[in-house]
Write a protein that binds this ligand. Sequence first.
Ligand SMILES: C[C@H](N)C(=O)N[C@H](CCC(=O)O)C(=O)O
Ligand SMILES: [Mg+2]
Length: 364
Amino acid sequence: MKITDIQFGMLRVPLKTPFKTALRTVDRVEDIVVMVHTDTGHVGYGEAPATAVITGDTHGSIIDAIRQYIAPRLIGQDVANLNRITQSIQGAMEKNSSAKAAVEIAVYDLWGQLYGAPLYKLLGGGDPVITTDITISVDYIDKMVADSLAAVERGFESLKIKVGKDIGVDIERVKAIHAAVEGRALLRLDANQGWTAKQAVYALQTLEDAGVKLELVEQPVKARDLAGMRYVTERVHTPVMADESVFGPQEVIDLIRMRAADIINIKLMKTGGLSNAIRIADIASLYGVECMIGCMLEAAISVTAAVHLAVAKADAITKVDLDGPSLAQFNPVDGGVIFDESEISVTDAPGLGIREIRGLEPVA
Ligand SMILES: C[C@H](N)C(=O)N[C@H](CCC(=O)O)C(=O)O
Ligand SMILES: [Mg+2]
C-alpha cells in the first residue's frame, strides 16, 4: 500500500453554545481534513483545527506545511513502514504540530486498514469504552451554573470548568457550580494560562479552605512559566496539570524532572500526532505520572484517533477530555468512534473506521 496523493477539505460545524476560554471565543468547529490516498484505493483520514493561540497553527499554515514540506516526503512511501513515515513527518520541519498530527492520523488510519484491524488493537488493545468530561465555557455565573446542571442531566459526571478571566469572579464561579452539582459531578478547572502563580495559589487555597474539592487544575499560569507551574504545584493540594506548557516528549521529561506539574495533558495537535503521544504516555508511565488525553475544538476524525490511543494506553491515560464532537450541533463523520454523551466506544472496523465525511468544503 503506497501513498500516492494528499488532498484537503474544510469541515465547518456550528457549536451548540459559543466556546469561551481565557484565550479565545469561537462559535464553530473549523478544521482542515486531510485525505491520504494510496495505490490500493484505500484512503486515510486526518484532521487539524487552527488553534493559533495555543499551537501557532492557522488553516493556511497547516495546508502549506503539508503541501510544501510533508507531502513531498511521503509520496511513494509504503504504509507498512510506519516508523519510517512518522520520522519523515516529524523531521519535515520545525513546529507545525497540527499539520503533522493531521497527516500522522491519516497514516495510522491506513496502517490499520492495511492489517484489517482497528487502531487500538494494533496499539496494544484495551477496554473499548472510555468516559469523557464536558467543558463549561467561562461566562456569567448564572449561565455557567445552568450549563453545568444541563451537563449533569445529560449524564456527564466530570465537568471541565473554564476560568482564568478575573480571579475574584473565578472563585465565585467555581463555588456556585460546586454548590449546584455537589456529589453529582467531579470538577476540573482550566485557567488556560489566565492567572499568575500567586493568583492561582490564592484562588485554589481559597476554594480548598471553603471545602470545594477539585479533581485538578489545568494550566493555571503562562505556558512558558515553568517556575510558576512548580510554585503552584508545591503550594496547593489540588493536582496541577500541564497543558500549553508541554507539547512533545522532551518537554514532558523536563517538566516531570522539575516537578512542575502532577499530570500531563496529551493532545495530538500539540504532539504532532500519535507517535509522540505514544512516547509521552510511555514516559509518563515510566515515571508514574498520570495523563489526560485532551483535544482542541476538534471534530470526530482526530478525536477518533485520540480515543483509540486512550483505550490502548489506559495504564498512563487515566483522564479523558474528548468533548469536541459533543460541543458541536451535529457529527458530520460517518463511522469512527461512537459518541453516547459521556461514553465513547471504539468499534472493530479497520483503522479509524471512518466511512464518509458529510459537507466537506473544497480547499483551493
Ligand atoms: C475542547 C477541550 N475540552 C478543551 O477545553 N480544550 C482546550 C483548548 C481548546 C481550544 O481552544 O480549541 C484546552 O484544554 O485548553
Ligand atoms: Mg487546557
